[in-house]
Design a binder for this molecule. Structure first.
Ligand SMILES: [Mn+2]
Length: 316
């Protein structure tokens, strides 16, 4: 074993995933992509938005089940689980995640593409439920959006291998619970609410009332020190001072920690490292960006020379 190839958010770009695997030297053998010396780690968010969701899931799942890859759960897999899980009888809801227009839209492409394959969809949901929320393996760490040591410690006490059980899934749909705080932070990262009346119209057509904050600034003072998303903050909000409670709610991952790989943040442009021990591999593949991998071979200090990517191919 030489190392791991970590692959960012695929979001249904199944043909592009195959192109990236082939560029990395993986070959289809008996329906499973394999490399003689390496294994893949997927960072979650295989589904939603893109045109070849079933292909993306099938390629990744076959690799995981054959022992050729690992994977962590993304917020879109978690959403799919709560969207399709009935709410407990004592609640006022029908589903754990209510079928609002916004939630319907997020999962629309996935439901459409599995529409004629209901048993495959059920089986896929059952597989999603087995995906761990984090990995610590051979000296690296992997999580979809944010590594928070305190919350991961709490999670390990309840679920030592990081895999959901039904009780935890149900609890995670209730914003007042510890399970919600854990899933939200690990798969969605820290979001800081914008002042009331201010919203961001982001490039993907969604309106956001909060912005995504990162977790690698040792002493952030202003909103601009932690913002991590493609859309700029409106007006002069970059200079707005972080309040004490905003500051206290942030996570922090220091430079002495093991290398960490994340997806989730819709980066744009040429892949770059935010710090020497953190790589974000989500480069907005589905918006005709890049599907990005990091080729890790044991180094403690990451290098931007180890990014490998393909432009999104014609998925039609
Ligand atoms: Mn995500």
């Amino acid at each position: 074993m030489e190392g791991y190839d970590l692959i960012g958010d695929v979001h249904g770009c199944g043909a592009t995933l195959i192109a990236l695997l082939e560029k990395l030297g993986y070959r289809d053998s008996g329906g499973v992509y394999r490399h003689p010396q390496r294994k893949v780690i997927f960072l979650g968010d295989l589904i939603d938005r893109g045109p070849r969701i079933r292909l993306a899931v099938t390629v990744a799942r076959r690799m995981v089940e054959a022992g050729e890859a690992h994977i962590v759960m993304g917020n879109h897999e978690h959403n799919a689980l709560t969207y399709t899980h009935p709410a407990p009888p004592d609640s006022h809801k029908r589903w754990l995640c209510e079928h609002t227009p916004r939630h319907n839209r997020i999962i629309e492409a996935t439901l459409a593409q599995y529409q004629d394959y209901p048993s495959e969809w059920e089986d896929t949901l059952a597989w999603f439920k087995t995906l761990p929320l984090f990995l610590e393996i051979d000296g690296i760490r992997v999580v979809h959006a944010c590594w928070d040591d305190g919350l991961i410690g709490q999670l390990k006490q309840r679920l030592p291998n990081g895999r959901l059980d039904d009780q935890f899934l149900i609890e995670s749909a209730d914003t007042s619970t510890e399970a919600y705080r854990i899933i939200d932070r690990l798969t969605r990262g820290a979001n800081i609410p914008l002042p009331s009346g201010i919203a961001i119209q982001s490039g993907d057509g969604y309106t956001r009332q909060s912005f995504r904050a990162h977790f690698w600034s040792a002493h952030p003072e202003q909103w601009g020190d932690v913002v991590f998303q493609p859309d700029n903050l409106p007006g002069d909000l970059e200079e707005r001072v972080l309040s004490e409670s905003e500051y206290q709610r942030l996570s922090y991952y220091g430079p002495e920690e093991p290398p960490l790989f994340i997806g989730h943040y819709w980066c744009e442009g040429i892949p770059a490292l935010p710090t020497q021990n953190i790589a974000c591999l989500d480069y907005s593949a589905v918006k005709y960006g890049r599907l990005v991998a990091y080729r890790w071979s044991g180094e403690k200090q990451l290098s931007s020379d180890n990014f490998v990517w393909v432009q999104v191919v014609n998925e039609g």
